[in-house]
Ligand binder design. Structure first.
Ligand code: DC
Length: 236
């Protein structure tokens, strides 16, 4: 079964995806991390960010791998071409580079193919921008998750403080978030938009647990196991 969670940056997709996966015993796939890894590799190789053909070659020739710890549905580490880039893909530099990289049609083509290959093998909660519309249009559960701009910026600042990387200036983070929203929604290839049959959920305020329960209920209605693997504590 595929649970597709799409939405803008900072809407809480990762938090919700991890908690839902833990409760249902599913695995998680963070497709944003894959676009970030390609952006990192493109910068490392000196590839121009508007060169679709070369960016596509980067995406086709470098393997992206996720490292799991036993019992944890969400991978802890991400690597590309054998280099661990878990922290390196969360910097402000990658935040800026990933927009043009994820707008490149040949990168999208290569990554969508990989995402389908990974997901078709099992039960996955897949988060991204085009999961319900392009990658898995036949997903059993589709969610479009949003939150207010301010809440999303606050969350990103808290996350950057915790990780010790990225900007911790609220206004800067808010501006960057809106810039990326505009870019993701207006690009020609696979723009961020809800699938017609997606459930629209809002995670502003303290509704995150409610969102998690709603998605688990939707998945169970489609045949996901009823057993609660965990209550999702420790998930952020
Ligand atoms: O979710 P995130 O912020 O880590 O995503 C990084 C970038 O990748 C963001 O600019 C949107 C883009 N992205 C995309 O275009 N399609 C996806 N399925 C996932 C992310």
């Amino acid at each position: 079964m595929i649970i597709a969670i799409d939405g803008p940056s900072g809407a809480g997709k990762s938090t919700v995806a991890k908690a839902v996966a833990k409760k249902l015993g599913f695995s998680c796939l963070d497709t944003g991390a894959m676009y970030r890894a390609i952006a990192w590799q493109a910068l490392a190789d000196g590839v121009a960010l508007d060169d679709d053909a070369s960016l596509g070659a980067v995406a086709r020739t470098h393997d992206i791998a996720f490292g799991h710890e036993a019992g944890d549905p969400a991978p802890k580490r991400v690597s590309i071409g054998g280099t661990d880039v878990t922290d390196a893909i969360r910097t402000a530099e990658i935040d800026r580079a990933v927009s043009p990289v994820s707008a490149a049609p040949s990168v999208r083509e290569a990554l969508v193919e990989q995402q389908r290959r990974i997901g078709c093998g099992g039960d996955y909660v897949v988060e991204g921008r085009d999961i319900g519309t392009v990658v898995f249009p036949e997903a059993e559960v589709k969610v479009f998750l949003t939150a207010s701009d301010e809440e999303r910026a606050h969350r990103r600042v808290r996350q950057n403080v915790d990780r010790g990387i990225g900007s911790i200036d609220f206004e800067e983070v808010l501006t960057d978030l809106r810039r990326r929203d505009d870019h993701d929604s207006s690009r020609a290839t696979s723009p961020l938009k809800p699938a017609e049959d997606a459930a629209h959920l809002d995670s502003t305020g303290s509704y995150i647990e409610e969102v998690i329960s709603r998605i688990c209920d939707m998945a169970r209605a489609k045949g996901a196991p009823v057993a609660d693997a965990s209550v999702g504590e420790g998930v952020r």
